[in-house]
Design a protein around this ligand. Sequence first.
Ligand SMILES: NC(=O)c1ccc[n+]([C@@H]2O[C@H](COP(=O)([O-])OP(=O)(O)OC[C@H]3O[C@@H](n4cnc5c(N)ncnc54)[C@H](OP(=O)(O)O)[C@@H]3O)[C@@H](O)[C@H]2O)c1
Length: 314
Amino acid sequence: MMKHYFEHASSVVFGCMGLGGEWAADAYTAEHVKQATIAVEAALEAGITVFDHADIYTLGKAERVFADVLKANPSWRENMIIQSKCGIRFEDATGPKRYDFSPAYIAQSVDGILQRLNMESIDVLLLHRPDPLADLPALGECLSNLHAQGKFRYLGVSNMHWYQIEALQEVVSFPIIANQLEMSLAYRDWVEDGMMANSALNRHSGYTAGTLEYCQRKNVQLQAWAPLAQGKYSGRGPADCSTSALVSKLAAEYGVSPEAIVLGWLMRHPANIQPVIGTTNPARIAACAQAMHTQLSREHWYALLESARGQEVP
Ligand SMILES: NC(=O)c1ccc[n+]([C@@H]2O[C@H](COP(=O)([O-])OP(=O)(O)OC[C@H]3O[C@@H](n4cnc5c(N)ncnc54)[C@H](OP(=O)(O)O)[C@@H]3O)[C@@H](O)[C@H]2O)c1
């Protein structure tokens, strides 16, 4: 079952959060569809096959714009793995910003995703952020029904501790195949955790010890959101930052883009991390895709880690 997903999945994922304009209740325009078409085409040309959505992105417009792109280019769909997320609700007339894993809301959200994307089924459904009020057996039953109805093929999660994944896994009979977390050269708790055993410093990390190892052992694909840290080390941050300078130097040495070094650092880890890139700029998409062919040496991986953390490893 899982084989299918990994066989077709590219090692870099295109994040669709930047499609569809502003996070506002206005309508999207032909310009947004054009921008999305250019970005999606650049991703496909660069060999990216996985597209990451969420029902909340630009308040539903990202999914609607994406559907328009595919309507005009139907052949693109066959090479794509499309995933979307649900479970986050913004403040509305009935309550504040909240998470909602109630069966009624999840079922309604999945139907909304399919309707906006104009599809009968999506490849992967991710639960966006854990809901403390989730009734797990009821959630499991709801997800099993939606799965049996063919509304999604694979189930994943996002921003979950390993023990939350394990608990959810107990209430569904199909495997949870992905966990999406913030991971980057700038956000390194996931790697620090494994190196800082026996250190008081570890207690200050917001990362739950063992999540990386759990996902590796259980074949849960790790997906890294904000993998470029919004360009902090690849052009947007100060050029005199020592890590940006090292990234540039290595880019020249490997003959690749700075983005390929920053993403290649994540991908060098044996956990097989898939960066979910958020750029909509076609040149930057191509620059990111070079990471799929960049293999950093152990020495360069550690040099980048040392530079970003500001001191050598313990
Ligand atoms: N699961 C979750 O909770 C969660 C949370 C957040 C995001 N996500 C997913 O992860 C994806 C990526 O997230 P992200 O967008 O935060 O991550 P990112 O890929 O680290 O950052 C992309 C952003 O940085 C800008 N950027 C990158 N390099 C730049 C440079 N050199 N100069 C100027 N701007 C630069 C891009 O602008 P340009 O477009 O101009 O290149 C874009 O706005 C999203 O699309 C979404 O699919 C998931």
